[in-house]
Write a protein that binds this ligand. Structure first.
Ligand SMILES: [Zn+2]
Length: 754
């Protein structure tokens, strides 16, 4: 996810600065014989580590030291430690920048390590330790401002820390032993050749590789073939990256074994008429030693594979010509067919591993779930008649009694109950096996059980009306905002209800959160077409989110920021259960289409809203664009009728009439694949109903009457077996005239995909 909020300590907030100024004073009270926050921070500078794991151990020890100090309620200590640690982090980072990108200065890595340790220790304390402090609630409020500023500061640095970590990993990888391994090989005999003056310990001998079986007839190799070869014969292949050093350093093809058998030869250093020896002597004159060593031993590799960007085919050809005159090679040199771009696309798939895909959600719900948890109220529910028929009895119209301002709840329930797939799920007797009481964000099944009982009573109990008192009580137990007797925004209720049901029934609600993309991975994703990127993101999302709510109501939209200065972009993909659409105010007649257009229109972020561009590394004027990337089976649309007037702080209602169709096609808002290649790649991924056409039918309209959400009244139009019904709490009107449905009070629309 994109972190747009970044602050640097150099221009940190006044309250943080004040804390820094009063630091001396505090240190005095902690006494000089004991560890002070600053001594713990400063120790970090005396180290040179061999691995990230070693660094993490130092982080752990620092966290423990701080932990010991705060166990007796010394919360000031932790605060001062955090401020100092982040201050030092900032200092080391600027030292690194002063040295420049060469990394030749030995202090360079020292500073990187120190920055890493200070950051990681702060992050661990903030994320994991502080929330566990006994007085956290009180602490949080007493230091609320500082706590939030620290959190924001630390979170805002995540991209930097990924860079630091990558840099350190590279350094650790370049350590002498690994370096030697890179240049030592004798693949045909599987024996390790020693360089003069070195002896290898057995643990660093390359594993014996399989015979090199693949036959390459052409002068190129396909992504799949290379991927296979790198897996089976990792040390038999020498990869030659024909792009700039900068691009190579950012990302290049590796075999994943941790031993990087690749070199970079920059296009500008290759000349027509060069020989392979010229490449070594001239083109690679300034390359790192181990790369030169790898190339020097090129005749020992089974295969040389070169690749470039799609725009430097000439360089690739030139390189191929040179290498094919080199008679020492075992085989003709080949190039990677679709270049680094093709590799990147496929790499993204490999991260997802085809067998790691979830089966379709629908299929999933018909199978036996993993959770077999019996919620508290299962006894009472088992007494009620259960249905096993796939067709629920929702065609019956039942009014819902108002318990005192609960019309906001009633109108939403009536609209939701029209989704038969959703309703049948709750009518099934074994729905409770899907309740995940371990779901981190769920209500331990309270709401799902309450909703199940309500659905049962509406569909099964005889009588013209139902009284949802037990459900309303469950709602107010889970969310204090929906206290009985108070009028609420029906859309907020809908949002809360779907969200809570999703979490209660989320099969993956206790899975560890999936790792955020690294900066590199994010760059790869950014280069992918939207259809593919959004599908990959959805698969990632499903690893933590799998429920009937996700299956029926959730879609996905993307938000893309583009820097106007350097044109670099950053896209985030977000799941939605409903779409909130703005209402264009500049025209007389507004249609649903106009609202979608407004939702998707370009927004310029200027002034205070400027974007911190990660490429320019400063705030820039940016263009923001939202778009829909995946469409659900039931599409819920919310009109943003309520706006805060900043001058007065009052909420005003936009009372515009918005026309909306009974039949809605969403095709033009759904981004199609742009090329044959993209389509082929998409076929490798689960489509999950993302196939046009996207034709929807209006099934429900929740209406709001009145000037504000805190007063006023809610009703609903719902289509039941072909006829429209009007629900005004317990009063039901059947067979309503069709022309009444499209009305000026419409607030939330429900469309079902055909
Ligand atoms: Zn930029």
């Amino acid at each position: 996810m994109l972190k747009t909020f970044r602050i640097s300590l150099n221009n940190c907030t006044p309250s943080l600065q004040l804390s820094l100024l009063t630091l001396q004073e505090h240190n005095a009270t902690w006494g000089s014989n004991h560890l002070t926050p600053s001594t713990i921070v400063k120790q970090s500078f005396q180290m040179t580590c061999q691995s990230v794991e070693e660094l993490d151990a130092i982080v752990e020890s620092k966290v423990r030291e701080v932990d010991n100090k705060i166990s007796n309620g010394n919360v000031d200590f932790i605060k001062q430690y955090l401020i100092q640690a982040m201050n030092y982090y900032d200092k080391y980072r600027s030292e690194v920048k002063n040295i420049g990108p060469t990394g030749k200065n030995p202090k360079y890595y020292c500073f990187q390590e120190a920055a890493y340790v200070n950051y990681k220790a702060s992050q661990t304390l903030l994320r994991e330790r502080i929330p566990k402090l006994p007085g956290f609630g009180g602490y949080k409020s007493a230091y609320s401002k500082i706590y939030h500023e620290l959190i924001e500061m630390v979170e805002g640095q995540e991209h930097e820390i990924v860079q630091i970590k990558n840099c350190l990993k590279k350094k650790f990888c370049d350590d002498n032993l690994v370096l030697r391994l890179k240049s030592l090989k004798s693949p045909s005999t599987n024996q390790v050749r020693s360089l003069p003056g070195t002896t290898l310990t057995s643990e660093f001998k390359p594993k014996s590789t399989k015979p090199f079986s693949i036959t390459i007839k052409e002068d190129y190799i396909l992504v799949d073939q290379l991927y296979q070869l790198l897996k089976t014969n990792p040390i038999d292949i020498l990869l030659v990256d024909l792009r700039s050093r900068q691009e190579y350093d950012l990302y290049h093809i590796e075999d994943g074994s941790g031993v990087d058998m690749s070199i970079c030869i920059e296009p500008m250093s290759i000349r027509n008429g060069y020989t392979a020896e010229d490449l070594y002597q001239l083109s690679m004159a300034v390359n790192p030693d181990y790369e030169r060593e790898l190339f020097k031993n090129r005749s020992q590799y089974e295969l040389l594979v070169c690749y470039g960007n799609h725009d430097n085919e000439a360089t690739v050809k030139m390189f191929m010509t040179i290498m094919n005159k080199d008679t020492s090679l075992k085989r003709r040199c080949v190039y990677l067919k679709s270049g680094i771009k093709g590799w990147n696309q496929d790499l993204s798939f490999q991260n997802l591993k085809p067998n790691g895909y979830l089966t379709s959600t629908t299929e999933y719900f018909s199978n036996t779930p993993r959770h077999t948890i019996t919620p508290k109220s299962s006894k009472s529910s088992s007494k009620l008649p259960l249905t096993t028929t796939s067709k629920p009895a929702t065609t019956r119209t039942v009014g819902i009694n108002n318990l005192g301002n609960t019309c906001y709840m009633n109108c939403i329930l009536q609209c939701l109950l029209e989704s038969d797939k959703f309703v049948s799920f709750f009518l099934q007797g074994d729905y409770k096996k899907h309740i995940n009481i371990n779901s981190r964000l769920g209500s331990k099944g309270i709401l799902a059980t309450g909703f199940h009982l309500l659905v049962l009573s509406i569909t099964k109990v005889s009588g013209k009306t139902v009284t949802p008192s037990s459900f309303a009580k469950d709602v107010s137990t889970v969310n204090k905002n929906f206290k009985l007797g108070q009028q609420q925004d029906c859309f907020e209720f809908l949002d809360f209800l779907l969200d809570s049901l999703h979490e209660d029934l989320n099969e993956c609600g206790n899975e560890p959160p999936i790792a955020e993309l690294t900066l590199e991975e994010e760059k790869h994703r950014e280069a992918l077409p939207i259809r593919i990127a959004s599908t990959i993101e959805w698969e990632r999302y499903l690893k933590n989110n799998l429920s009937i709510v996700e299956d029926v109501f959730q879609g996905q939209y993307f938000s893309r920021l583009e820097c106007t200065a350097c044109k670099s972009t950053s896209t985030t993909y977000n799941a939605f259960s409903s779409l909130s659409l703005p209402i264009p105010l500049d025209r007389q007649n507004v249609s649903l289409d106009d609202c979608f257009q407004a939702f998707c229109s370009l927004e310029v972020l200027d002034g205070d809203d400027r974007w911190h561009c990660p490429s320019c590394k400063k705030k820039q004027v940016a263009l923001k664009k939202l778009g829909i990337s995946r469409l659900p089976s039931v599409l819920i649309i919310h009109f943003k009728r309520f706006q805060v007037k900043w001058e007065t702080g009052h909420i005003i209602k936009i009372d515009k009439f918005i026309s909306y169709p009974f039949k809605l096609s969403m095709d033009k808002y759904w981004p199609e694949a742009q090329s044959e290649e993209e389509l082929r790649n998409l076929e490798k991924l689960p489509s999950r109903n993302q196939n046009p056409p996207f034709n929807y039918r209006l099934t429900g309209v929740a209406n709001h009457f009145g000037a504000r959400t805190s007063s006023g009244h809610y009703t609903a139009y719902v289509q039941k077996s072909g006829q429209w019904c009007y629900f005004d709490d317990n009063a039901v009107t059947n067979n309503v005239d069709r022309h009444k449905i499209v009305n000026g009070n419409a607030y939330v629309l429900f469309y079902r995909r055909k």
